[in-house]
Design a binder for this molecule. Structure first.
Ligand SMILES: [Zn+2]
Length: 107
């Protein structure tokens, strides 16, 4: 397995990007108990080797999430493996929808 580069090349940005804009007016894909469904934003996956202090992961590693679920995955449930598994599944669901809509491609 190839090692990840020590320094991930990317721009730090808080501006609206294409994938962040796509997250608006979608249905929450995180779907935790108590989910509000809408409105949504792009919730970035956090992982030590792909994100850091004040540095979000790439937008491709994000899930559409409502404010309730976003709060849970970002703060309260960060150490909860089931919450993190639900969040990872949400990232994959979001990517699958984007691929099916032709908004992202691969290969
Ligand atoms: Zn939700």
């Amino acid at each position: 397995m190839a090692a990840l580069p020590k320094k991930m090349p990317r721009k730090r940005t808080t501006r609206k990007t294409k994938l962040r804009s796509e997250a608006i007016d979608r249905v929450c894909q995180i779907r935790l108990e108590g989910c509000h469904n809408v409105p949504t934003c792009l919730c970035h996956w956090r992982q030590i080797d792909i994100s850091g202090m004040g540095l979000k992961s790439f937008d491709i590693f994000g899930a559409w999430g409502c404010a309730y679920c976003h709060e849970i995955v970002d703060r309260i449930g960060r150490g909860d493996l089931q919450v993190q598994l639900d969040f990872a599944r949400a990232v994959f669901r979001t990517q699958a929808i984007l691929v099916s809509e032709g908004k992202i491609s691969y290969g």
